[in-house]
Design a protein around this ligand. Structure first.
Ligand code: GLC
Length: 746
């Protein structure tokens, strides 16, 4: 009897579950194909519902369809960590007490690792923090190409080479999206400086567009599978990038097959009709009178809100464009907010701090180490003097939308002191006073950097202490203040600010054992470089800054970073600055609030310019030293000729000939021997980071296809590789080629 009752109960439960499952609408059934779910949801939505989901309803979220149980979509900055919660309709932080985050290293540091595994680790980690905070779209990473060292936002990007940037951004995107969080890759496209960013029209030829400025975005879409792209503020071909027919419809969605959503930069939409027809899918941050004049719902004033509905109701537009936008936003929702299988994420975990430190360790670049002054340590009586404001100053607050409320930030001096425990004594001298502020949108560093002494007094103190020290470490560079490494404005000089050159020069005279640690997201002038035996490029490394810098300085970590952009000797050596104001920052049009900037250097950006013009940089793209030594063997190939549809496999041995483990980045550059068009002297087409024990040798191979030999033929509008002679160059920097080999394309 009992069994019968039990089985009846089980049956009843099964039937009710099946009924419930049967009643669950298809669009909510995650076992069903994505496109079927999208179409099912769309079919149940009114025109007003579709309008509601294609524009913001608050500063960082857009509406769902409450009546259908379709959730809101929450976005968050930024590329280096999850922004603190802001008030519904403000930039200012909301003052929550549970929204501190791990500040991961700036993306220049990630690029400097030349290690796609670090990019994937980065993406997974920051995606977990976003997921834990209930965010569906991460407004990052940025991958705009480094065209000028004056660009205030280069610290958020991945350097001057499209291939390196593409390899790194696509892995970051994959990592983020494994959490059911969309990466929103930005700022598409041609947003290569901040000066007049919202009203600058970029003039660029198609070769440079396709060969330099688009490839990283294309990799993010086609290799990384990005679910969202952010339209940039600037204009191209006189159309704003947030509603640019060629860049959004023809190239991104047409040629590349992007099926995700185009999200505007905040305030990047300026016209309803263009936004309807030119590829804008989700409008954020628009400034409307309603926002400040108390209209019932100011967000209804957005260009893609009631103004759009009005044009439909008047019959000027049908709903085809609206359905496409709604489909893309629904697809984005179903990949994120509506993905019931997504993980829970985690926040401020030991794993995330470990990831931040590893990326910092691997990204720091040893630029110079004359006489092997580094690593320090071993001598308990060693007296070290640390000089410079950047040894103290917290760098995670400020710089624009990437600013963070970090749960912790280890300053360089704190990291050095912790690491030197029992090994050396560390004294400090300010050296210079830069920017003593430390707040952004209500987040404050809490530091009091006030110091009213004169530059003379500060230098005199530092010099006096330096004379008495065994070693001096100057820690300076840039910071996140306007006019430095910050969004919304550019640097006005290539030189270090705050009189740092004078301090460094004085210290070099006072003590020959001088190490300069430059903290920046940009190249800077280093007129004193030959007088300083050791120079380290340490980026904005975030929460683990001090620990990572100390790891390298004291040799716990053997540096393996390589520069993701060139350090020219002077600004005039840069292509973008070789054509007057037309080349940068642009020329104002008469009578309108618009500027034109002309990328007259074309494809010759970064080392492409320096190599081709035979200009020696201070430090070259791809440069970075180690505490051990590496030897590269002879570059060999499996054939001397290749067909257009074939490939060629190139191999080279790399050996650690030193006495400690380390990692080298073998770089492969390709040049065409007699091109029929202007081509750079050589271009990066492969790289591999190889860890080696002392005495160990590994063989690195690269398989090259026609794609790596091609240039973009603007007239034919296609990639072309002309039959003829090419040369492969293998080396450890763009100015340190160890072996080259000719081959022929039939
Ligand atoms: C900013 C930035 C963009 C950021 C957005 C939201 O203006 O350009 O990178 O994600 O607005 O803060």
């Amino acid at each position: 009897m009992k069994h019968t009752k039990a089985s009846a109960l089980v049956l009843a439960i099964a039937v009710s579950l099946m009924a419930a499952a049967k009643d669950k609408p298809l669009y909510l059934d995650t076992t069903k194909p994505l496109e079927e779910r999208v179409e099912d949801a769309l079919s149940r939505m009114t025109t007003a519902d579709k309008i509601k989901i294609i524009h913001a309803q608050s500063k960082f979220c857009s509406s769902g369809v409450p009546s259908l149980g379709i959730p809101e979509l929450w976005t968050t900055d930024g590329p280096h960590g999850i922004r603190p919660e802001v008030k519904w309709d403000e930039w200012h932080q909301a003052g929550w007490t549970n929204d501190s985050c791990v500040a991961f290293p700036a993306l220049t540091c990630l690029a400097a690792t030349w290690n796609p595994e670090m990019a994937h680790l980065y993406g997974v980690s920051i995606g977990e923090e976003a997921r834990f905070r209930g965010k569906d779209v991460l407004l990052g990473p940025g991958c705009n190409i480094y065209r000028t060292p004056l660009n205030g936002r280069n610290f958020e990007y991945l350097g001057e080479d499209p291939y390196l940037a593409g390899e790194m951004v696509s892995e970051y995107v994959r990592g983020v999206q494994e959490n059911g969080v969309a990466a929103c890759v930005k700022h598409y496209a041609l947003n290569n400086n901040e000066h007049w960013r919202s009203n600058t029209n970029v003039i660029v030829d198609d070769r440079a567009l396709y060969e330099i400025y688009l490839p990283a975005f294309k990799a993010a879409v086609q290799k990384g599978g990005a679910w969202a792209i952010m339209g940039a503020y600037n204009l191209y071909d006189n159309q704003h990038l947030c509603h640019n027919d060629r860049l959004l419809n023809k190239i991104l969605k047409g040629e590349w097959g992007f099926d995700g959503a185009v999200i505007s930069d905040w305030g990047g939409v300026h016209d309803t009709r263009e936004a309807i027809t030119n590829g804008m899918d989700l409008e954020f941050g628009t400034w409307t009178d309603g926002l400040h004049e108390g209209a019932s719902n100011a967000y209804d004033s957005y260009y893609l809100a009631l103004p759009y509905l009005e044009l439909i109701n008047k019959g000027e537009f049908g709903t085809d464009e609206l359905d496409d936008k709604a489909r893309r936003v629904l697809r984005l929702m179903m990949r994120t907010a509506m993905d019931s299988s997504k993980g829970l994420g985690e926040m401020c975990s030991p794993a995330h701090y470990e990831a931040a430190r590893r990326i910092g360790d691997e990204g720091i670049v040893l630029l110079r180490n004359e006489g092997g002054i580094l690593p320090l340590g071993g001598d308990k009586s060693m007296k070290i003097l640390v000089v410079g404001e950047n040894a103290l100053k917290k760098m995670t607050v400020g710089g624009g939308s990437s600013s963070l409320k970090a749960q912790r930030e280890i300053s360089p001096i704190d990291g050095l002191r912790a690491a030197a425990e029992g090994m050396a004594t560390i004294d400090f001298a300010r050296g210079y006073v830069g920017d003593i502020t430390g707040s952004y949108n209500g987040v404050v560093t809490g530091q009091n950097l006030e110091d009213n002494r004169s530059p003379r007094e500060l230098i005199d103190e530092a010099v006096a202490k330096a004379a008495d020290a065994d070693c001096v470490i100057f820690i300076g560079g840039l910071n996140k203040s306007d006019g430095q490494d910050a969004e919304g404005c550019d640097r006005t000089t290539y030189a270090l600010p705050y009189g740092q050159d004078d301090v460094i020069t004085a210290l070099a005279k006072a003590n020959p054992n001088l190490v300069v640690v430059n903290i920046s997201g940009n190249a800077v002038a280093m007129p004193w470089a030959d007088k300083v035996p050791a120079i380290v490029q340490a980026w904005f490394i975030g929460s683990e800054a001090g620990n990572a810098i100390a790891d390298v300085i004291f040799g716990k970590v053997n540096p393996s970073g390589k520069l993701p952009f060139s350090f020219p000797v002077k600004l005039e050596d840069v292509g973008a600055h070789s054509f007057g104001t037309e080349g940068y920052p642009g020329i104002k049009r008469d009578g309108v609030d618009l500027w034109d900037i002309n990328y007259k250097e074309g494809v010759l950006v970064g080392y492409r310019w320096l190599d081709t013009k035979k200009i020696k940089p201070r430090f070259a793209f791809g440069h970075g030293l180690s505490y051990t030594d590496f030897k590269l063997g002879k570059l060999t190939a499996d054939r001397t000729e290749m067909d257009a549809d074939g490939n060629i496999t190139l191999s080279i041995d790399v050996t650690n000939t030193g006495s400690r483990p380390g990692a080298e980045v073998v770089q492969l550059y390709i040049s065409e021997n007699k091109p029929v068009v202007l081509r750079p002297a050589k271009e990066l087409k492969g790289f591999r980071k190889v860890a080696l024990q002392p005495g160990e040798t590994k063989t690195v191979t690269f398989t090259i296809t026609k794609e790596a030999l091609s240039y973009f033929d603007a007239d034919a509008h296609r990639w072309v590789a002309k039959p003829g002679q090419f040369t492969a160059h293998a080396g450890t920097a763009s100015d340190d080629i160890r072996s080259s080999l000719r081959f022929k394309l039939r």
